[in-house]
Design a protein around this ligand. Structure first.
Ligand code: ZN
Length: 151
């Protein structure tokens, strides 16, 4: 990663930690799930209100490292207003990005702001932190009751 992107990565993570978006319980929700990443100790609970195949509202709460929180903050911002199909596509693209080879350039037109999270590729133990919120949302939408674990 070049220095500019590394600085941006750190800045974005810091900003989302200081002021996470959509943080807190969603009182009116019809899907929710809990996720846990035992390697790092990240815990997250996501809440979604889905109507007519569209994510009308989404919030999260929990405690975790800076990466998991920043990822959840960015994810909730992006998923609000998306159809379930769009959400599924974004999940797949995000998962592909954070697990791709470091030498592979990130498609900025597809990933937008999420592209900074490609920075976790330099720190393999952080990939699960970044992916946790997404896996948890997926489980919530599939109405799985058990706690999602990255292990
Ligand atoms: Zn973590």
């Amino acid at each position: 990663m070049d220095n500019d992107l590394r600085e941006l990565y750190q800045q974005v993570i810091l900003d989302h930690n200081k002021d996470p978006k959509n943080f807190g319980k969603l009182e009116k929700c019809n899907h929710d799930s809990e996720g846990y990443n035992p390697l790092c100790g990240d815990r997250i609970h996501v809440y979604l209100q889905v109507e007519d195949g569209v994510i009308k509202d989404i919030r999260f709460e929990g405690s975790g490292c800076a990466i998991s929180k920043a990822s959840a903050s960015m994810m909730t911002t992006l998923l609000k207003g998306k159809t379930l199909e769009e959400a599924e596509k974004l999940f797949a693209e995000f998962q592909q990005m954070i697990t791709s080879d470091l030498s592979k350039p990130v498609d900025l037109s597809k990933m937008g702001k999420l592209a900074v999270l490609a920075g976790v590729r330099e720190f393999p133990s952080r990939i699960k932190c970044a992916g946790l919120p997404w896996h948890t949302v997926k489980a919530a939408l599939e109405d799985k009751d058990r706690v999602v674990s990255t292990e």
